[in-house]
Design a protein around this ligand. Structure first.
Ligand SMILES: NC(=O)c1ccc[n+]([C@@H]2O[C@H](COP(=O)([O-])OP(=O)(O)OC[C@H]3O[C@@H](n4cnc5c(N)ncnc54)[C@H](OP(=O)(O)O)[C@@H]3O)[C@@H](O)[C@H]2O)c1
Length: 293
């Protein structure tokens, strides 16, 4: 049987790393996407080791890596072109890359705020550039979202003028839910799109975990919360792999929101807002330069 090829953005992170292992264990060909080559290579090796420990056979090419910096649209274009060149079939794309940048706004050379570029623009552009390739394989895009809602300020979409870390971050995550739903509306019947709420997941064995916390009281708060309430990556990785690999008719879940393995029927404010979804989409087409394709 043909192996499914699934691209996992944010594969060196808690949630991306968790689903990458689960997909590999179930025989998918996994492509790990990240912006640091060495971390990607280490993650690929750790997955191969995990498979061999559980006596699951895999070929070297079953765990591939692809470098992409989602904050940089040129890098995103280059990575999409490379993916199209290297992978004749792409069955799934998991969008799980994220940055939470403190002390902002942090403006990139291209003029965009780093959280908006990395969390929203880059993943949007990448998925658009892979559309045709994924359509050939009844593709599924899984957007990893968070449940927090923050009203979009259309005059300050990137939260540059009125910036606080959590307002800006929560806006990017609200945008992810809007785009997941708008994607589903636009491409129904051609390619499917779902949103996935992973709940509170932390990879406590990540040697770089300490560097991720903000300083001061906020950092202390997150350390305590993590110790008390976080769950390991497999808690999200297993249902994500189920969603990716188990549905024969992917169209049946197009536009759905999942919280771990449960499909949420209650309407989601951001996903249901069709007017804002369309408006955000149009803004992203311009911001990412897709109009010139
Ligand atoms: N964990 C949770 O409890 C939780 C809860 C709700 C929602 N979520 C959502 O779940 C998703 C994943 O979260 P997580 O906890 O797994 O985050 P994480 O552990 O911080 O992982 C983030 C991933 O994004 C990558 N990344 C950062 N900047 C990048 C860039 N410029 N280009 C490419 N990749 C980049 C990171 O690579 P490096 O490590 O190399 O920097 C890492 O692989 C996010 O969308 C987050 O909002 C998480």
């Amino acid at each position: 049987m043909l192996k499914q090829t699934i691209l996992v953005a944010g594969a060196t992170g808690s949630i991306g790393g968790g689903v990458a292992v689960e997909l590999a264990k179930r025989g998918a060909r996994v492509v790990l996407l990240g912006h640091k080559l060495e971390k990607l290579a280490a993650k690929a090796n750790s997955i191969r080791l995990a498979l061999s420990e559980t006596r699951i056979e895999c070929q070297d090419t079953d765990i591939a890596t692809l470098v992409v910096d989602f904050s940089n649209m040129e890098s995103v274009r280059a990575a999409a072109a490379e993916a199209i060149h290297r992978f004749p079939r792409i069955h799934g794309l998991i969008l799980s890359a994220v940055v939470v940048a403190q002390n902002g706004p942090n403006i990139l050379p291209g003029g965009h705020e780093v959280m908006f570029a990395t969390n929203v623009m880059g993943p949007f552009l990448f998925s658009q550039l892979l559309l045709e390739r994924m359509q050939q394989s009844d593709g599924l895009v899984l957007h990893v979202v968070s449940p927090f809602y923050k009203t979009i300020d259309w005059d300050d979409l990137e939260s540059i003028r009125n910036h606080s870390t959590w307002t800006a971050y929560n806006r990017t995550k609200t945008c992810n839910r809007m785009i997941a739903a708008e994607f589903a509306r636009r491409y129904a019947g051609k390619i499917s799109s779902v949103a996935f709420n992973p709940t509170f997941i932390v990879n406590k064995s990540d040697p770089e975990l300490g560097k991720r916390w903000p300083s001061g009281l906020m950092g202390l708060f997150w350390r305590v919360m993590t110790a008390l309430f976080s769950r390991p990556p497999s808690v999200a990785g297993v249902p994500m792999a189920d969603i990716m690999l188990s549905y024969r008719d992917r169209n049946a879940i197009n536009g759905a929101l999942f919280k771990l393995g449960k499909r949420i029927e209650k309407p989601d404010e951001a996903m249901n807002d069709e007017i804002s979804g369309k408006r955000l989409w149009d803004e992203l087409v311009i911001k990412t330069g897709l109009t010139s394709e």
